[in-house]
Design a protein around this ligand. Structure first.
Ligand code: ADE
Ligand code: ZN
Length: 335
């Protein structure tokens, strides 16, 4: 089973690039940029990763991101994630980035974008890994700040097909960003949003009705509203679920309590993702391994989850079909 999970060609649809900053790279970048960290060692950083909820994680996550200063830093961060993708047979990845985390510190939007994007281009050349960028607005900041960020992104529109919504969910419902998302869709962006991670099922409805999202990020609290579940099943609106994240952020008490298998059995288009792998104890393969053993997933379940992620990807239909064919060839080769 472990080899099957490692080798099956995968897509990842929910990964925050800032959340892939491993403590080793955090230290290296701090040194390179003459920044002092409030930790004595890499082990001390890891020891600090004990979270009670989403906010307690976000506080450390934003602090860690302060070591990212130059275009090369963003390149190195992204390249390190893509090396993991190559090792774990991730064939396609859709990556969130949080420009406001950096522009608020005086780092130009272009520095962030160019560093990340160059690494994506190089990974396509080197390994054939395809990727899309998703610009996330920070929901704890104002709608005006989000709108200004959208305007900064317009010159780079051809390389950022989608916008999303992340950060502190409770108290910042999707409706707060309705006008920003109206403008984004008018400019041709697709939309996604984090909803139903800590927030209620109602936030998922808002994301669908007001932001017209193509996918819901997390969405595990949809089960609290049977009508919503029916709607998500009928339309096959994908949920990008992040099991290890949900346990680390206390959305579920343990991986055994996670509702992924239940969501799958309900016929929802669920996918498995890592969210912030450097903070939550694993990349996509470790997420699959954890849910497989805790929830007793079969080979067929793993196949369905992986197939869902290619189906839910924003790839053009010919490329999507090529990835699905590659997946079916893999299945034929192992059965
Ligand atoms: N930003 C990074 N990870 C996040 C998460 N799990 N939820 C909301 N915002 C985030
Ligand atoms: Zn996330």
């Amino acid at each position: 089973m472990d080899a099957f999970i490692r080798d099956i060609p995968k897509a990842e649809l929910h990964i925050h690039i800032e959340g892939s900053l491993e403590p080793e790279l955090m230290f290296a970048l701090a040194q390179r940029n003459n920044i002092s960290l409030p930790y004595s060692s890499v082990d001390a950083v890891r020891a600090a990763y004990q979270f009670e909820n989403l906010q307690s994680f976000l506080d450390l996550y934003y602090a860690g991101a302060a070591v990212l200063q130059t275009e090369q830093d963003f390149y190195d961060l992204t390249w390190a994630y893509l090396e993991r993708c190559a090792a774990q047979n991730v064939r396609h990845t859709e990556i969130f980035f949080d420009p406001q985390t950096h522009t608020e510190r005086g780092i130009p939007f272009e520095t962030v974008h160019t560093g990340i994007y160059r690494a994506l281009e190089d990974a396509k050349q080197q390994w054939g890994i395809t990727s899309y960028l998703i610009l996330c607005f920070l929901r704890h900041l104002s709608a005006e700040s989000a709108m200004a960020t959208l305007e900064q992104a317009l010159p780079f529109k051809s390389t950022i097909p989608t916008v999303g919504l992340d950060s502190s969910e409770l108290g910042h419902p999707p409706v707060k960003f309705q006008q920003v998302f109206d403008r984004a869709r008018a400019e041709g962006f697709l939309t996604v949003a984090h909803a139903g991670e800590e927030g209620p099922a109602e936030y998922i409805w808002e994301a669908i009705r007001l932001l017209e999202v193509s996918r819901i990020d997390h969405g595990v609290r949809c089960v609290e509203d049977p009508q919503l579940v029916d709607y998500l099943v009928q339309r096959q609106i994908p949920l990008t679920v992040c099991p290890l994240s949900n346990v680390r952020l206390c959305v579920f008490d343990s991986i055994q309590q996670h509702n992924l298998k239940h969501l799958l059995d309900l016929g929802l288009c669920v996918t498995v993702n890592s969210d912030d792998p450097a903070y939550f104890g694993g990349y996509i393969t470790e997420n699959f391994e954890a849910v497989q053993s805790a929830l007793h997933l079969s080979h067929q379940d793993i196949y369905q989850l992986v197939k869902n992620s290619f189906t839910a990807a924003f790839l053009p239909s010919d490329e999507k079909q090529a990835r699905l064919d590659e997946l079916d060839q893999f299945m034929a080769s192992v059965t």
